[in-house]
Design a protein around this ligand. Structure first.
Ligand code: ASP
Ligand code: MG
Length: 412
């Protein structure tokens, strides 16, 4: 094996804290040098320094409340211009041939929707020639080219998407996302001391974990990686440990029943007490919420005992709760419910794992574990690879720890 290491093509992406100051940028250059010294072809993608984009957005809002979004993009894209130039310089300083690339210079083509553009394609011909000649390109993440030669940005946190899109366009063997955590954990290690770092997780599980609040990767970047079959690795730029690989299910031999337990406190529950039991009621309730752009997540409705009225419970994000209540109060006359009960002191806990596709009893173990701790389940929802329950927020820690043990996820 030794001396005969496979030459790979790798995209390395460094997030805001990883390029947070000059010392950190020098450390990033060393991480790049390590891969170059192994003989790999490397392309780098960087975010803005942590905090920089917030400051830029703040300035835009200060000068103009109803801003021209083309100018918003011109301003907020600039954070990445700084770090890609600095990173190229840091690489040059340690003897690595490097140059910076802004989104419009490749270009990274986007659909031109300012503030939340989607990448449509990346021109890589020039990059590939230079990479083959040993040069390391450093691309400014988060930005691209829109209509009429305008700069666009991909939405907050979008540099993960830039990295995955570049890895796909370059047909890279791996896309390494460097951040300030050292991988994806079985659950939040700040709450469960026995949480373990996962060696591998599937795209689908990662998507569920990401949309449920495990904020290591931008959800859209995982979707893109899954679609384009880009192998991802999440790892820390603050140490030299291997991270977590996000890969196709076929790559995982030992499938765990449950890979992780996620939780989201950004939940609120609304119960409509004694809603008339007739056709069209649900359509009217959820239709008007949708019209107000309020996303509904979990829903439970009972069969009415008397054929006249039943309770209906659903969840929305906490920030949408006041608006949801307003919409429903406005329809009180039409809907004819008895009362409206909001509750923001809830948390959604989800067990996630592709293994449950082929195994029964996963949900039952969850219900039983919570019952043993005296925790009442308020709402349940399931998908092919996930079981979620809504419980009182005060039980978050207790529930996470008990479930983590019950599914054998505890570190030895
Ligand atoms: N700098 C951008 C932001 O803060 C993009 C990123 O960091 O991914 O949203
Ligand atoms: Mg980020």
């Amino acid at each position: 094996m030794a001396g005969n290491v496979q030459k790979l093509r790798i995209v390395q992406k460094f997030g805001g804290t990883s390029v947070g100051n000059i010392e950190r940028i020098r450390a990033v250059a060393q991480k790049v040098k390590m891969e170059v010294d192994r003989g790999h072809q490397v392309a780098v993608v960087v975010s803005a320094m942590s905090g920089a984009t917030n400051q830029l957005v703040g300035w835009v809002n200060e000068i103009s409340k109803l801003y021209d979004e083309r100018e918003y993009d011109t301003v907020v894209a600039s954070g990445e211009q700084v770090t890609c130039g600095l990173t190229a310089l840091a690489l040059q300083e340690i003897g690595i041939k490097s140059r910076s690339w802004l989104g419009w210079q490749l270009p990274v083509y986007t659909d031109g929707v300012h503030g939340k553009a989607r990448i449509e394609g990346i021109e890589t011909g020039d990059l590939e020639k230079r990479m083959a000649a040993g040069e390391v390109p450093v691309l400014a993440g988060f930005q691209g080219l829109g209509k009429e030669n305008r700069i666009t940005t991909l939405g907050r946190g979008g540099s993960d998407i830039s990295a995955v899109a570049l890895a796909a366009a370059l047909n890279a063997d791996r896309c390494d996302i460097y951040t300030d955590v050292d991988g994806v954990y079985t659950t939040d290690p700040r709450i469960v001391a026995k949480a373990r770092k996962l060696d591998k997780i599937t795209y689908e599980e990662m998507l569920e974990m990401a949309s449920l609040g495990a904020k290591v990767l931008h959800t859209r970047s995982v979707e893109l990686a899954m679609k384009q079959r880009v192998r991802l690795q999440v790892l820390s730029s603050f140490n030299d440990q291997p991270g977590t690989l996000v890969v196709d299910e076929e790559e995982i031999v030992e499938k765990e029943l449950v890979s992780g337990i996620a939780y989201s406190r950004d939940e609120a529950k609304v119960t409509l007490v004694r809603v008339p039991d007739r056709p069209g009621v649900a359509a009217s309730i959820f239709g008007s919420l949708a019209e107000a752009s309020i996303n509904v997540d979990m829903i439970v409705q009972n069969v009415s005992e008397d054929g006249k009225a039943t309770d209906l419970t659903f969840t929305v994000t906490r920030s949408d709760l006041p608006r949801a209540l307003k919409v429903l109060e406005g329809k009180a006359g039409e809907l004819g419910y008895a009362s409206l009960k909001p509750d923001a002191n809830v948390v959604k806990i989800s067990v996630v794992g592709v293994g449950m596709r082929s195994h029964a009893g996963v949900a039952q173990l969850m219900f039983q574990t919570l019952a043993e701790k005296g925790i009442n389940i308020q709402v349940i929802s399931t998908s092919e690879i996930k079981v979620s329950v809504l419980i009182a927020e005060e039980y978050t820690e207790l529930a996470l720890r008990a479930l983590h043990t019950a599914y054998n996820l505890d570190a030895a």
